[in-house]
Design a protein around this ligand. Sequence first.
Ligand code: GZL
Length: 320
Amino acid sequence: MFKRLVIVASTLTFVAATAAACGGGSGGGGTSLGFSQVGAESGWRTANTQSIQDSAKDAGINLKFADAQQKQENQIKAIRSFIQQKVDVIAFSPVVESGWDTVLKEAKDAKIPVILTDRAVDSKDPSYYATFLGSDFVEEGRKAAQWVLDTYKGSNETVNIAELQGTTGSAPAIDRKKGFLDLIGADPKFKIVASQTGDFTRAKGKEVMQAFLASHQKIDVLFAHNDDMALGAIQAIEEAGLEPGKDIKIVSIDGVHDALQALVDGKENYVVECNPLLGPQLMDLVKKVKAGQPVDHRIVTTETTFTPEQAAAALPQRKY
Ligand code: GZL
């Protein structure tokens, strides 16, 4: 009798330990999720990764997480590995829009549902993924442009704009540029005098801004596709002896802590939020998709904008 009790107890301990390793939360029901992340290029990405990892644990979902270091071939390798491991669901944030049809068809043939988070793909076949959860990047670009229009309303002076673009070929870079031009392009007083990719990183943003400043073209406004490039540009502007936020007004997108602090410090002028905390919604979608429940094919995340005053109010409880 005693021996049987010991076996039962040790088995229960093993099951509990396994459950904890797979995320001690409830409701996951042994669900396995393979997630391929873009990389760790920005504050936004770090917050996005944290949200996904924390939410998987809370939901009791066994997360297999792969960092692609911003290389598409690494994401394709990771997705193929997830297929071989027969995970229940695959999710990923595609580093660029194109080149996914082959591997998405492999997942479809293996009957493993795919969820897109954060960024979109340009696949023509909507059956390649169950849903796309992420921001409306065109709207984010429009919000940034609207602030520029409002700031220079009533002035007939030419406004020279420099643009730090995100990763070439990525959905946020393509769509934020489109949204910005939709509004800015309508008024000839606004001229984009310089535009180049800073690959969403601070280092590259600083380097490209240094080149913009060296070109001696007068710059009135910097539009950066993300905060990290704007923060790098601020360093370049200060090292050039100019005042960021005054000599060159700056608008960027994401809403990470350091950018809100730059707003409060007067070094930035406006920030458009792009919400990285997609983890809870993603885990809810994973469970629904695994259970074969219907989900919307496109789910847009809700987000806001920040003036310096709004940044000061938001900073104390800012999660990222
Ligand atoms: C947007 C996300 C972008 C962020 C950048 O949803 O894909 O990638 O704006 C990040 O900070 O690098």
